[in-house]
Design a protein around this ligand. Structure first.
Ligand code: NAD
Length: 260
């Protein structure tokens, strides 16, 4: 059987890299993407681990805020690995500030990366998925796609938008073999969250341990981080036949955050 191809956006670190690794482990060819130049992305030890699974692994540097870069990313994928069967829209950025102080260019960047990029990748991936009557589109949203926190207006708006976009496209594809879902993680210890812990250490003069414990206990009843691997295994499950009728869901994996 010909191996399927997965495109995981924003996969040079954190959650995206864990998803790429798990998909390769499960026999898919994987195209990674990020802002980093190829020599830096490939130097990551996990990249060699990815390549050890006997499937094809490629990396393409593309800034997803620019739609023509997304087009180029798809051309590269078609040429190197074939059409995208599994699309994981994972690239995302955060900025924390009160709305009246929110830098306008960062609002635009957050909306472009966390929301509009998923529109472009979806519209480019869907025609071939429809023609083959199989595909998976998995959008990495956030608990902030379902509830809000203060000082995160751009992120919350983008992630709520991404959940709404997921539902709409899931309805458009409901009678096909293409499923579209969102995953909504709580706190995961990646560079994106590390910055928020570091900010607490320096702004509130806390020890690293106390800053981490405060961050978790404010929102996440388990007081444990969700791991990138747990999210990756949920992605792999959503790619399996058992998930054929999971459509338009916004699946939270959040240590109880949304149960409160
Ligand atoms: P991360 O900072 O570790 O990784 C972000 C990735 O996105 C990197 O590969 C980076 O190169 C890429 N990226 C950023 N801007 C880009 C752009 N313009 N074009 C292309 N690639 C770009 O972050 P992470 O924590 O692994 O987050 C991954 C996703 O999970 C994001 O969508 C984030 O919002 C979401 N998420 C994270 C958490 C968490 O607690 N870490 C919680 C919920 C949701």
């Amino acid at each position: 059987m010909v191996a399927r191809t997965a495109l995981v956006t924003g996969s040079t670190s954190g959650i995206g890299l864990a998803i790429a690794l798990d998909l390769a482990r499960n026999g898919l060819n994987v195209l990674l993407n990020g802002l980093e130049p190829p020599e830096l992305a490939i130097a990551n030890p996990t990249y060699s681990e990815l390549s050890a699974h006997g499937t094809k692994v490629r990396y393409y540097q593309a800034d997803l805020r620019n739609p023509s870069n997304i087009q180029d990313l798809f051309h590269f994928c078609n040429a190197e690995l074939g059409p995208v069967d599994v699309l994981v829209n994972n690239a995302g950025i955060q900025h924390i500030a009160a709305v009246e102080e929110f830098p306008v260019e960062l609002w635009d960047s957050i909306l472009a990366t966390n929301l509009t990029a998923a529109f472009h990748t979806t519209r480019l991936a869907l025609p071939t998925m429809r023609s083959r009557n199989w595909g998976r589109i998995i959008n990495i949203a956030s608990v902030h796609g379902l509830v809000a926190s203060p000082r995160k207006s751009a992120y919350v708006a983008a992630k709520h938008g991404l959940v709404g976009f997921t539902k709409s496209v899931a309805l458009e594809t409901a009678t096909t073999g293409v499923t579209v879902n969102a995953i909504c993680p709580g706190w995961v210890l990646t560079p994106l969250v590390q910055k928020q812990i570091d900010a607490r250490v320096s702004n509130d003069n806390l020890s690293y341990e106390l800053a981490t414990q405060q961050l978790l206990s404010e929102k996440q009843p388990s007081e444990q981080f969700v791991t990138p691997q747990q999210i990756a295994e949920l992605v792999t499950f959503l790619c399996s036949p058992s998930a054929n009728n999971i459509r338009g869901s916004a699946w939270n994996i959040d240590g109880g955050w949304l149960a409160q």
